[in-house]
Structures are given as C-alpha cells and as structure tokens.
Design a protein around this ligand. Structure first.
Ligand SMILES: [Zn+2]
Length: 282
C-alpha cells in the first residue's frame, strides 16, 4: 500500500478548494440569475473587488479572521467550509479511484468523479438554500454523465461497441432515475400523506442514473430515502421542521450518490452476502 505523498495530497486539496470557491459563486449567483463570470468576486457588503490574496481558498478567510479586508464586515464561515469540504472530497476521490497504487490511476474515472462531486455539491447547496434544482445544472450534469459513460467505455475497451454499451447503460440509468423518483413520490405520498418532490428532483435522479448506472442508482435512491427519513423525523422531533413543512430532497439524493460512489461496491457485496449467501459446497 502506497502512502500518498504529502505534496500530491496538498496540490489536489488546493485544486479542490479552488473549485469549491467557484462552487460558492455558482450557488450564490445561478439561482439569482446572475452571470457566473462577471463581475469578478467582490465583497457582498461593500462591493469592493477581491484581490488575488483575498481570494485564496480557506486560508484567505482564516488569514483575515473571517472579515472583509476593506469594510471589516464578517464573512460567513460557510464559504471556507464549502471550499475545505470540496478540497477534502477531491482528495478522497483520488484515494478512492487510485486504490492502493497510483500507478494504475484511471484519469477518466478521476476526472469524472471530480466533476460529479462538484455538480452534486452545487445542486445540494442550491436546493438547501432555495428549494430548487436549476435546469442548467441538472441538464448539463446529465449530458456530462452520458459523455463520461462513453469515455469510460472507450478507454476500457478501445472499441466503438464498448463506448455504445456504456452509453446505453447511462441512458438506461437516466430513464430509471426518473421512474425511481416517481416511485419514491408515490410511496412518499402514501406513507406521509404528502410528498413535495419537484421536477428538479426527477432531473437530478436522471443525472444520478447516467453517472452511476442502474445498480448504484437504486442503492443511491434507497440511501437518499433513508437519510431523508432519519433527518426529517429528527428535525420534526426537535421542532426544527413543522409537520407538512417541505424539506428539500436534493441534498439527500446528492448524499446517497456520494455514498454509493465511495462505498457502493462494499455495501452491495455485504448486502448480497447477507441476503443471498453462497450455497454450501460452491
Ligand atoms: Zn467589504
């Protein structure tokens, strides 16, 4: 087992944190219908443009002790937290994709999982903030998922038929995602007497299916319902959430996808060995 070199982990963390910094911009501006590129980053209070040194992910905030350099207004800790979490997730993806050795690291898998994690983070945060999942994000994420499947098929087999097979797997996953959300909606309506799943949730599930394929999509959907049920009942018990008050489902779908991405293989093999043990003598 290779111990990951500190240098590599640091570089990947800083890269991920910079992506996280951009995700903060996307989460703030996309639902508001603002341009992602213009104007450049500025303090939301005094509107002073941020210099390079103010914009250093995580460390910039720590260095300025959570205040704007120009007007000293407090900057929410959420921004550096999102940056740090993205950085950590990028390192975790590298570990997960590389396995025990960096030598057979698959660049398609690595890049793909980084892209998926970034899309999921942005969608989860926007849904938590605004109870919406913007079309530009879910649609582009779906297209990227299908492109990813094609690339995986091509890099694994080097043949057009491999590309097509994987692409078909992605398309089937996407269609199944929409059905799965329908099923969750119907069951949710019967169990809770209400279910407020929006069209955005179905589009997110299609995105998940395209990236994960049908097997891990089902796992991710199941996990999302389980997480949602636990958090929902806890929040209601603590009085944070009133009965009938809608709760965004996107963050749970994103979380389920993340868990399926990192631990899906282990979870499925434990599940199979519990419920479908190999017959004796085989
Ligand atoms: Zn300011």
């Amino acid at each position: 087992m290779i111990i990951f070199p500190v240098m590599l982990v640091s570089v990947v963390f800083v890269f991920g944190a910079s992506i996280g910094s951009f995700l903060n911009v996307v989460v703030y501006r996309l639902p508001a219908g603002l341009s992602l590129l213009r104007p450049p980053s500025h303090c939301p209070h005094c509107l002073h443009p941020l210099a390079m040194r103010d914009n250093v992910p995580v460390f910039g905030w720590l260095w300025l002790r959570g205040k704007c350099r120009y007007c000293r207004t407090a900057i929410a800790p959420r921004y550096p937290i999102v940056e740090a979490v993205t950085g950590i997730l990028f390192v975790a993806v590298l570990r997960n994709v590389a396995g025990p050795s960096l030598l057979n690291l698959d660049p398609v898998l690595l890049l793909g999982h980084w892209i998926l994690i970034s899309w999921l983070l942005a969608l989860a945060l926007i849904d938590a903030d605004t109870m919406t999942l913007p079309n530009p994000l879910t649609q582009s994420g779906l297209v990227l998922g299908l492109l990813y499947q094609g690339a995986v098929g091509w890099s694994a087999t080097g043949q057009v038929i491999g590309l097509i097979t994987h692409l078909m797997g992605g398309i089937i996953g996407a269609v199944l995602g929409i059905w799965l959300l329908d099923a969750i909606f119907i069951i949710g309506s019967m169990v809770l007497g209400q279910a407020a799943l929006g069209g955005g949730d179905a589009k997110l599930a299609a995105l998940m299916g395209a990236w994960l394929g049908w097997k891990y999509l089902l796992l991710a959907g199941f996990l999302a319902c389980a997480f949602g049920a636990v958090v929902g009942t806890t929040a209601m018990a603590l009085g944070w959430l009133k009965r009938r008050q809608p709760m965004p489902f996107g963050p749970f779908l994103a979380l389920g996808t993340g868990v399926a991405l990192f631990w899906g293989e282990s979870i499925l093999s434990i599940y199979l060995s519990l419920f479908f043990p190999a017959p004796n003598g085989l």
